[in-house]
Design a protein around this ligand. Sequence first.
Ligand SMILES: C[S@@+](CC[C@H](N)C(=O)[O-])C[C@H]1O[C@@H](n2cnc3c(N)ncnc32)[C@H](O)[C@@H]1O
Ligand code: SF4
Length: 379
Amino acid sequence: MDSLALYIHWPFCLAKCPYCDFNSHVRDRIPQARFRAALRRELAWEAERLGHRRLTSIFFGGGTPSLMEPDTVADLIADAKRLFKPADDLEITLEANPTSVEAERFHGFKQAGVNRVSLGVQALNDADLKMLGRGHTAAEALRAVDLAASIFDRYSFDLIYARPGQTVDGWRQELQEAISRARDHLSLYQLTIEYGTMFARLRDAGKLMPPDNDHARALWDVTQEVTAKAGLPAYEISNHARPGAESRHNLIYWRYGEYVGVGPGAHGRIASAKGRRAQATESHPEMWLTVVETEGHALVEDDILSAEEQADEFLLMGLRLSEGIEPADFQAMSGRDLDPGRVASLIADGMVEYTPRGRIRVSAEGFPVLDAVVADLAA
Ligand SMILES: C[S@@+](CC[C@H](N)C(=O)[O-])C[C@H]1O[C@@H](n2cnc3c(N)ncnc32)[C@H](O)[C@@H]1O
Ligand code: SF4
């Protein structure tokens, strides 16, 4: 496969949300010009190693990439288009926080070449936004969504559900409102209490009560029901789209394609004659900056994955998709078939199923317990 996706990480946020364990940092001052030059330098270094590959998508993720100056985004897009062979329908997504300050830059991002934005709305009521530690109101977020809709052909927004105290009826209404504001893509994430976050500390102190399993399951069920009825079924465990409007960049990850990462803590997966390479850059922003300024890149991990490791990753990624995986691809990667006994028992339990074209996918019953299903199949 010749095509490649490019991920660019912007590691800064205005404030740290209490649930978030992404590589995001708060700084009084960001030396934007230095970061811009370093991102360009690391991109050029990677392109030199990778050759003139066909580029199908660029994704600016974070952190909060909408805090980048549009000129920084423009330079990186221009570089990527010059250094690689851009596909005619090159998808260029930028993650944005829905505050008014950032929305003011949307025109600049469009001019820079961004053709898809993904907004972190998270909730549509102010009490929950406050609980999530967000720096915007629901009205402000919806204004940013409307503005994105008026500027970009393609936009999506994220909501987090299974929030403490959330009722099924409340979520149903919120989802319906979200769908009325969505064009063709929505990301709906179940709140995960990540180790080391403020939310984990609050939960451990008994001050934050996420829903129990039954209630979380009821919220999951209503999510699937309402989105499917509205023509936005899940194509991935947390991502919903009208057919054809899926995030092409994210599909590369889930289909276990090749991608290169630039910026602090960015990951990549690149095929090589010896096997797939797992790459990662230095994650601490200032450390990353210093290393790139002296070495031209800050790659700190570049390991060839074993056949088993690749096959595990392939399952972990591919089974998130409603299209599932091709068993022959698993065989080619691992050198063995999926264990027929385990497949049979998961099918008997209603957790996985064969598609009419012979692919294996997780069933509607299996998705809420995806991790356990994958662990069982991969064993
Ligand atoms: C990398 S974040 C960046 C988005 C952007 N900075 C923002 O917050 O608007 C991508 C998305 O992951 C989701 N997310 C982050 N932490 C989460 C958690 N602990 N549980 C569920 N979803 C989470 C949020 O919906 C967020 O919008
Ligand atoms: S959720 Fe978004 S804004 Fe909040 S800390 Fe994480 S990356 Fe930053």
